[in-house]
Design a binder for this molecule. Structure first.
Ligand SMILES: [Zn+2]
Length: 326
């Protein structure tokens, strides 16, 4: 097995990439598209997939080496001379013209071993217009066999001229089970992994950002929400709890997004487990009437939007609580 672990999830994309690598390594040396765009939500494994693919493209056995070969170990350690990784510098928020030029220079060199030179650009949508324009020349006239992978969670911010020259691989959210598997790989216990995955909406990055305290906090707020829904708790009481938390820096919009995720899940998204809060709605929905669910989804989204615009938190939260009676 290659030293670069095969990513979890995104089966169709992995199949495409693996067959492209095997084909290229075959005796007939099939040609490979030179520019790829890995786009999708943050924290679902786009970069990990790009690095895994780079390992396959450079591996003498197209990733089937066992024990891991020298080439795969170099890619895994980010030190393979033919695999160049770049992105925003730690102290900067964008990829500038300097990084673009360094990338062009690296890709213009001959590969040191069999297989193409590969460049991976993290957070490619943060490339400045100059940096993207500098890349255009490369995308139009790729030097030799070079392959470039642009990784982004904000494809809309890329120049159309850049996007249109890339082969687009759209990444989706991971399933809950896949998030659990990734977290287990990272050493989380099964219980921790399941608790974090349930709130992660298919993103490992989001799951990792939730520590035990954050999860307990969410559970408490969610419980208050449900108690209001069942008429077991006074609305004003819960409005006060939520507004106080918001004022002390608690990310209320995150909580609401989490709720929205559950509604989406009930509407058929596979990456969340339904909340008990929604069971009456689910029953209606199973009977073919999705209107109530859609209304809840809409109201939660409206609240998120209002909070993002700095609307009066007390008013919009009270409005939500009064209207999401189930
Ligand atoms: Zn290998």
């Amino acid at each position: 097995m290659s030293a670069v672990l095969e990513p979890i999830g995104h089966d169709a994309i992995r199949t495409t990439l693996r067959s492209a690598a095997i084909q290229r390594a075959s005796a007939s040396g099939g040609s490979l598209h030179h520019a790829w765009l890995f786009a999708g939500p943050a924290g679902v494994g786009k970069f990990a997939t790009a690095r895994w693919w780079a390992a396959l493209l450079k591996c003498p056995e197209a990733g089937a080496c066992d024990p891991p070969c020298h080439s795969c170990r170099l890619v895994e350690g980010s030190v393979h001379p033919d695999v160049y990784e770049t992105g925003p510098a730690p102290d900067k928020r964008s990829v500038g013209i300097g990084e673009s030029r360094a990338l062009l220079q690296r890709l213009s060199l001959r590969p040191t071993t069999a297989g193409p030179r590969v460049a991976i650009v993290r957070e490619a949508s943060t490339m400045t217009v100059e940096a993207q324009n500098a890349l255009l020349k490369l995308l139009e006239e790729p030097p030799g066999s070079a392959v470039i992978v642009l990784v982004t969670d904000n494809v809309g911010a890329m120049l159309t001229t850049v996007r249109s020259r890339c082969r687009h691989e759209p990444f989706g959210a991971l399933s809950n089970e896949e998030v659990v598997q990734v977290l287990a790989r990272l050493g989380r216990t099964e219980d921790d992994a399941r608790a974090a995955a349930a709130c992660a909406r298919g993103s490992v990055a989001r799951a990792l950002s939730l520590d035990a305290d954050g999860l307990a906090e969410r559970e408490a707020v969610l419980l208050a929400f449900e108690q209001v829904g069942r008429g077991q708790r006074d609305v004003e009481d819960v409005v006060k709890i939520l507004v106080d938390r918001k004022e002390s820096g608690y990310a209320l919009d995150d909580l609401l997004e989490w709720q929205l995720g559950k509604v989406e899940a009930a509407l058929g998204h596979p990456h969340e487990e339904p909340s008990p809060l929604l069971s009456p709605l689910l029953a209606e929905s199973a009977a073919g009437d999705h209107r109530a669910l859609l209304t809840v989804a809409e109201r939660i989204q409206r609240t998120i939007d209002a909070l993002a615009r700095n609307a009066n938190a007390k008013l919009v939260i009270r409005d939500l609580l009064l209207n999401v009676r189930i």
